[in-house]
Design a protein around this ligand. Sequence first.
Ligand SMILES: C[S@@+](CC[C@H](N)C(=O)[O-])C[C@H]1O[C@@H](n2cnc3c(N)ncnc32)[C@H](O)[C@@H]1O
Length: 289
Amino acid sequence: MRYYIANDLNIFDFDQRFEIAESSLAPFYYDVANKIKLYNLDTFSFFPHIPDNCVDLIFADPPYFLSSGGITCRSGKRVCVNKGKWDKSRSIESVHNFNKKWLIEIKRILKANGTIWVCGTFHNIFSVGFALQELDFKILNNIVWEKQDPPPNLTQKYFTHASEHLIWASKTKHSKHTFNYDMLKTISNGKPMKSVWRDIWEMPSADKSEKLFGKHPTQKPEEVVKRAIIASSNINDLVFDPFCGSGTTGVVCKKLNRKFVGIDNEIAYLNIAQKRLKATINDVKYTSF
Ligand SMILES: C[S@@+](CC[C@H](N)C(=O)[O-])C[C@H]1O[C@@H](n2cnc3c(N)ncnc32)[C@H](O)[C@@H]1O
């Protein structure tokens, strides 16, 4: 049996083949040729194995902690809003402690010019924004994703929730972050360029064609992730997703030729992610771009 010490093991070194005796750290899925890895772990137990300053881009869609037992509308039916135990609503302090804990690790592992995207709604995004500022990241944009197809608000007590936020931040105020202005021009698909340049992205939720291998309760549409990754990274960059769910970030990375490492502690979601990645690798035409 071979043992390792954390500093010997560069989990992100895709060019180095190594055997890991410790089964808890063996990848759940590893595509050597395409440089894609998934790990079935608690993200906090994975961080200690990641060296400092090694990741180009983080795309994080953490728990929003909005599962409070409320009601929403899906396909015309009243259903419970709950997403899973991992998303159960918590006290403000507990949400903030969680966000600060993982963002401290992100700050350490990002390269000097690296950036991070974090998704959220009002349930978590104010805490995320505050934690980023406490940790001396530089907030570059606060994107509003305007959903084209939001569920109606059945309570008739609030406006319909039709948006999510994505905060984009660089490691420090001195970072020379990537912004692929010219590449973005190529993704307008004939729409007016102002719809690409603005910090309001009007896009639908994940399409059925992105859910062929099972449903994740909070699956992001590829289109949202694609715009973020094109804007802020380059071919062969290493993208890390600490809460990867059904693997949307990995699928987009494969299509855009970025290296990818994703973590999730729910094996059912990683099974979906693995199937989506294999389908993408075998036939990149199975979804929309
Ligand atoms: C908002 S969802 C991400 C959805 C993903 N972006 C997608 O498109 O499928 C958050 C994910 O974080 C995972 N998660 C929550 N807490 C975690 C933890 N401590 N470690 C690893 N994964 C965690 C959940 O299982 C869930 O799949």
